[in-house]
Structure formats: C-alpha cells, structure tokens
Write a protein that binds this ligand. Structure first.
Ligand SMILES: [Zn+2]
Length: 140
C-alpha cells in the first residue's frame, strides 16, 4: 500500500536532491568550459558582433584569453541554469490518489473519482501491506 513518507525521509530526500542538483550544475559548468574553449579555437564562434555567418572565425589563444572572463561567466551561468532546471524539474511530480493509488500528471484537480485526494507521488512510498498478507495466510 501507499503511505506517506515521514518528515525525516522527506528531509533526507530533499537534501540528496539538492546535492545532486548542485553536482549537475557544477559538472555542467566544468565540462562546458573546455568545450567552449575547444569550440572557439577549432570550430568557430557563433555569429559574433554583426557577423552574418552562423559560424564565425575561430579565435586565437590570445583572443580566448581576453574573453576568458566572459567564457567563465557563461560557464557559471550555464551551470547555474542547469542547477535550477534540475531542481525545478524534479519538483514537478506526478500525483497519486491516497485512497485508490491512481497516478496522474500534476494538475489542479486534487479530488479523485473514488473520493480520495491526490498528493505528490514524491511524498509517498510503497510499503508491503503486512496486515493483508497475514489475513491471507489465516484464510488458507
Ligand atoms: Zn482514488
């Protein structure tokens, strides 16, 4: 049966989510940096300052060095948005009826046809229903 997670479990879970979102953001920024430099140096930059081609000229090492603060800024920005995206994305959750266990996408309607209420699936966990098992055994 579905049962609500304890506050302790939710706290641990949120901490883990936060940690993994931070990690995602951090590694995104970390990987974006060499990728961006490689791209600027060997492939070409995207239409810089009024250039009318999609791929502009490649940069020299000196130019890359000059643009380093901008590149770093972009990396941080990119990593940060990945971090925020990961956090937000995981918060949007499916809903589950606390009575019949029906699962649906997140929406405004919080009442189920069965009379139960929809709650966040993330707040619930599945546990084996021991009582039912025991009942079954007794019947046999
Ligand atoms: Zn229901």
């Amino acid at each position: 049966m579905w049962t609500r997670k304890t506050d302790e479990e939710l706290k641990t879970e949120n901490a883990n989510k936060e940690k993994s979102a931070r990690r995602t953001g951090f590694y995104t920024a970390l990987l974006f940096f060499p990728f961006y430099i490689f791209f600027s140096k060997y492939i070409g930059t995207k239409s810089r300052m009024g250039g009318n081609t999609l791929l502009g000229p490649t940069l020299t090492w000196y130019e890359i060095l000059k643009e380093l603060p901008i590149i770093l800024f972009l990396c941080i920005l990119f990593g940060l948005s990945m971090y925020l995206y990961t956090r937000k994305f995981r918060q949007v959750s499916s809903l589950i009826c606390d009575s019949c266990g029906k699962i649906k996408h997140y929406g405004k309607i919080k009442d189920c046809d069965c009379g139960g209420h929809f709650v966040f699936l993330d707040d619930m966990k599945w546990v084996e229903n021991n009582e039912t098992k025991n009942d079954n055994r007794r019947e046999k």
